[in-house]
Design a protein around this ligand. Structure first.
Ligand code: HEC
Ligand code: HEC
Ligand code: HEC
Length: 140
């Protein structure tokens, strides 16, 4: 499942592999990650990195306070939406941001309203239109 996801991602096309993030010989971290999730991303994705995000700080990218649940890379880019057995869900490995419109159209949960469960997809879509570093059509 993770493999079928990952081949769709830009990271796969650029030569990142499963073992860029996981160590198959085992580590003390969840899912045999080389480092715990969000720390791992920052190895290749610091602020102003050529790989993105292209903002001066992580906070400008995530629009949430650094260190908070809302600024977790994997919360937004790896939501737990992949169904395995019964109701067990694992993390998406396309690394794509699921937009509120995709929730409306295809019923895929988007991280915005999964976290802010008291809010509507219209609220989430509206909020994203005010993120200045985003082309509005990308996050529609
Ligand atoms: C860019 C980094 C990255 C790459 C590349 C990557 N993974 Fe992961 N993977 C993660 C992270 C981060 C988690 C777990 C996050 C958490 O829940 O803390 C994870 C979790 C998993 C899990 C545990 C179940 C789950 O999804 O929560 C499996 C199995 C897995 N990955 C397999 C793979 C395989 C197979 C590949 C290659 C096809 C791969 N991963 C590529 C970062 C990566
Ligand atoms: C080993 C280095 C490496 C690690 C670790 C890594 N990335 Fe990447 N990532 C890349 C590269 C290289 C690209 C492609 C940049 C480009 O060519 O524009 C990329 C691209 C991306 C993109 C853009 C995809 C797109 O469609 O444009 C996202 C989102 C992303 N990574 C998220 C993550 C997340 C989340 C993590 C942590 C779980 C992570 N990455 C860990 C190297 C890495
Ligand atoms: C609150 C949600 C959120 C969080 C948290 C978040 N991102 Fe993103 N990220 C986005 C959105 C939205 C996009 C734009 C998606 C698109 O254009 O398809 C994006 C795009 C990206 C891209 C592609 C380059 C760019 O700037 O468009 C990279 C790389 C990336 N994120 C890495 C990260 C990393 C690393 C972290 C953790 C430090 C992180 N993101 C945390 C929402 C988030």
């Amino acid at each position: 499942m993770q493999g079928n996801d990952f081949v769709q991602s830009v990271m796969c096309r650029r030569g990142v592999t499963c073992f860029s993030c996981h160590d198959v010989h085992g580590t003390d971290n969840y899912a045999q990650l080389r480092k715990p999730g969000d720390q791992l991303c920052l190895d290749c994705h610091g602020p102003l990195s050529l790989n993105g995000p292209r903002t001066g700080t992580i906070e400008e990218h995530t629009h949430h306070k650094e260190g908070s649940a809302g600024s977790s890379c994997i919360a937004c880019h790896m939501p737990q939406i992949e169904t395995t057995i019964a109701d067990v869900k694992v993390r998406a490995h396309t690394f794509a941001f699921i937009t509120p419109a995709m929730t409306d159209k295809y019923k895929i949960p988007n991280p915005g309203t999964t976290c802010h469960s008291d809010k509507t997809t219209a609220w989430a879509a509206e909020s994203l239109q005010h993120w200045p570093e985003r082309s509005p059509w990308r996050v529609e």
